[in-house]
Ligand binder design. Structure first.
Ligand SMILES: O=C(O)CCC(=O)C(=O)O
Ligand SMILES: [Fe+2]
Length: 281
């Protein structure tokens, strides 16, 4: 994986790597140790207290009785300011403005915590392509000629092969397609891993086949996963609906964009003037 720092990152080169290269890059040093520790502590507290939450791509884990070893914490913006700092980190914003268009929005921000012994996931592609195993349910001809997804993974614990660092298949984003059951099996033999240290950020195009891997280490494996989409894609989560009014009132212009508040469609055009006069809160 090509690796950068905030000082060396070049949005043009990174976007080319995401579209036409491996599909993933790493950026080091975007967050302070204090932010990483705080994020980790909040995630651990929430997921200790409230273990079983809806999760995705759990494969055989549910049948094996291991579902409790992969825990999600959803709606992170409501759980600490540190998650807003991650969601609107300026270097990431600059890259995504090019990749998804300058008015891109956020689809979801959640944590994925895999405890020692946790099983990982099956290879998949991310929202809004997540159900591309049913290509007929998507528009004809849909391909990866332009991106409708970007993922960031802020690493909070050592991500090693042993601890279940995210696996991916470089280049598969170019050929937007869901892996077949045979390709999913083969994936585990030929994948590359998104290894990293606490504080590293991995940025990838979620059309590339990828998945969390089993945690065979003796320590936790936590990451903050943020999904971004172009302005016209309906987001995965209704974040404004899940956030308190005080958060909305205090939101920065960038956060308002990320929450989709700058994009007014769908709109009742028959009464558009009245809506516009009132504004959107
Ligand atoms: O936690 C990880 O390593 C990746 C998670 C993931 O790909 C997902 O939940 O969509
Ligand atoms: Fe994923």
């Amino acid at each position: 994986m090509k690796t950068y720092t905030a000082a060396t990152v070049d949005p043009v080169e990174v976007c080319d790597e995401l579209m036409n290269g491996a599909g993933a890059v790493k950026v080091k040093g975007l967050f302070s140790d204090a932010d990483i520790n705080e994020a980790r502590q909040i995630i651990m507290e929430y997921s200790d207290a409230d273990a079983v939450k809806v999760t995705h791509f759990q494969g055989a884990a549910a049948e094996e009785g291991k579902i409790n070893l992969q825990r999600r914490v959803w709606n992170l913006l409501a759980k600490g300011d540190v998650f807003s700092r991650m969601a609107e980190e300026p270097t990431i914003m600059k890259i995504l403005s090019r990749f998804l268009g300058s008015e891109f929005i956020m689809g979801s921000i959640a944590a994925n915590r895999i405890l020692p012994g946790g099983p990982g996931q099956e290879p998949h592609v991310d929202f809004p392509y997540w159900d591309f195993h049913k290509p007929d349910s998507h528009p004809m001809g849909l391909n990866a000629s332009f991106p409708m997804n970007a993922q960031i993974s802020v690493i909070l614990d050592p991500f090693t092969e042993e601890s279940g660092a995210t696996a991916y298949m470089p280049g598969t984003q170019k050929d937007l397609r869901y892996p077949t059951p045979e390709e999913q099996k083969e994936f585990y033999n030929s994948c590359t891993r998104m290894t990293g240290e606490p504080g590293d950020t991995v940025l990838f195009f979620g059309a590339a086949w990828h998945c969390a891997m089993p945690n065979k280490s003796d320590h936790e494996r936590n990451a903050v996963l943020i999904n971004y989409v172009p302005k016209f894609v309906a987001p995965l989560e209704d974040m404004p609906g899940a956030l308190p009014q005080e958060f909305m009132d205090a939101a920065s212009p960038m956060m308002r964009q990320l929450l989709g508040l700058n994009y007014k469609y769908p709109e009742v055009l028959d009464t558009a003037d009245a809506v516009n006069a009132e504004g959107r809160k």
